[in-house]
Write a protein that binds this ligand. Structure first.
Ligand code: MN
Length: 311
């Protein structure tokens, strides 16, 4: 019953339902409050080509996050002491993929206009949502990099009749920002040619490199300001197999954690997205792992910015 809600939670756009909030942290969100992190669920999967259903993943990831400890023992950060707000899921209109993506950009831009926000995270959804997120977060920024972690290069100009689908995310982003690809292990010849012509750096997931070499080479290409786009298929499918396009032989958990830690310590993270999970009964590991990655990103962000607990 809305009348039973505490007044401070009645700010339009933010969820006050514990089950739909990251870690069950449902408030407070009051007008003019500085938000350490805002999470935006984007339940969209219209252009997926293989395993479909990632529009269900924001809800599944938020539900799984309830199982996590608020406290991260490695960073010493307890997220319940910070203002982590979760938005209501973005309403996806029955429009063309291009219009959906620009709608996502508008939603993110509006939140940034209306609130003082530290870090913004989008919870997808298919990987095309990154184009809207990255555009909103990199707008009016001179030197910003997009770090795109994915088993696939996503550099196709067009796929299955649209330029705005999940297989073209990196290509569209390359049209407005410097993009660096990491963890790639499947790519077409045309995509390699395009990347070479445009000077797009690709760090392949290569067994001959150690984890530290991989991380060092990957992050060396980035400007200080970074938007991170993370397709869960960058991880080995033993860990997260229920993704739109599973690809054998991927990144291990510890390497991803190390990569996130070094990235966030050495760069200024503006925002991130996490995409492509396809929830299915009996595969809760995927949504739990996604929630844990989000937890890691926010904790390390708070640590790197030395933000003081407010609650
Ligand atoms: Mn992918």
């Amino acid at each position: 019953m809305e009348t039973d809600l505490p007044k401070h939670n009645k700010v339009t756009g933010f969820s006050y339902d514990q089950d739909k909030c990251f870690l069950g942290l449902s408030g407070p969100v009051v007008k003019d409050q500085v938000l350490d992190c805002v999470l935006i669920p984007v339940p969209y999967d219209e252009t997926m080509s293989f395993q479909t259903g990632s529009k269900e993943s924001p809800a599944a990831i938020l539900r799984s996050s309830y199982q996590l400890e608020d406290y991260d023992w490695e960073s010493g950060i307890d997220l319940s002491s910070y203002v982590i707000a979760t938005c209501n899921a973005v309403a996806i209109p029955a429009e063309s993929p291009k219009k959906v993506i620009s709608g996502i950009e508008t939603v993110v831009s509006r939140i940034l206009q209306d609130h003082e926000v530290g870090l913004v995270g989008l919870i997808g959804g298919e990987h095309s949502i990154s184009v809207g997120g990255a555009r909103a977060l990199t707008k009016n920024k001179e030197e910003v990099s997009v770090l795109y972690l994915d088993a696939h290069a996503d550099l196709r100009d067009e796929y299955l009749g649209t330029k705005w689908g999940h297989a073209s995310g990196a290509r569209r982003i390359s049209e407005f920002a410097q993009i660096t690809l990491g963890g790639v292990r499947t790519i077409s010849q045309d995509e390699i040619k395009f990347a070479e012509e445009k000077g797009i750096s690709i760090s392949f997931w290569d067994r001959k490199k150690t984890s530290n070499e991989f991380i060092e080479q990957l992050l060396d290409n980035l400007n200080r300001d970074v938007y991170l786009s993370l397709d869960l298929d960058v991880l080995d499918p033993h860990l997260v197999g229920n993704v739109g396009n599973p690809e054998p032989g991927g990144m291990d958990w510890v390497t991803l954690m190390d990569l996130l830690d070094v990235l966030i310590a050495q760069h200024n993270l503006l925002g991130f997205d996490i995409c492509e999970l396809v929830p299915s009964p009996g595969s809760e590991l995927g949504s739990y792992a996604a929630a844990k990655i989000i937890h890691r990103i926010i904790s390390r962000y708070i640590l790197s910015k030395n933000i003081r607990p407010t609650q």
